[in-house]
Write a protein that binds this ligand. Structure first.
Ligand SMILES: [Zn+2]
Ligand SMILES: [Zn+2]
Ligand SMILES: [Zn+2]
Length: 137
């Protein structure tokens, strides 16, 4: 994707175009892997933390990125591949975590089973598979 296309993404999600937003989009489009805030900071260290945090949060709010819970305690973020909207992030896909390189990927094709629990209100279901990724096998 080119800078022009990132600007279109921002426009369609009703976000103002800023250099930081374009750069963050660029980082996420560069590879399929999920990134932590630290990854982002390492690559875009010329922006201050607050700006990066706000950018991430606006992307999550608008349906550009989704958060992936991680047992390491650091949340990761990945691009939304479906047409997410602020009202509805459609995320029933599983994720894969590599024990060797630590990478987390979205498994778009693998859906989290829809488990119904009588008497409970399920808000979120996450499925993280772990093992060795393609690059590490
Ligand atoms: Zn989403
Ligand atoms: Zn790996
Ligand atoms: Zn995902």
């Amino acid at each position: 994707m080119k800078n022009k296309d990132y600007k279109t993404v921002l426009k369609t999600h009703a976000l103002r175009i800023t250099d930081c937003r374009v750069d963050v989009l660029n980082v996420f489009h560069h590879s399929k892997k999920a990134r932590s805030f630290k990854n982002l900071e390492d690559q875009l260290g010329h922006y201050d933390r607050v700006t990066l945090y706000r950018t991430l949060n606006s992307f999550i709010e608008k349906g550009i990125l989704h958060r992936i819970p991680d047992d390491s305690g650091y949340a990761r973020y990945a691009l939304c591949h479906n047409d997410c909207t602020p009202q509805k992030h459609q995320h029933d896909h599983a994720h894969f975590k590599c024990d060797d390189c630590g990478a987390i990927e979205c498994l778009e094709e693998q859906h989290v089973p829809n488990i119904r629990l009588a008497g409970y209100l399920v808000k979120e279901a996450n499925l993280i598979l772990s093992g060795t990724c393609k690059a590490c096998t």
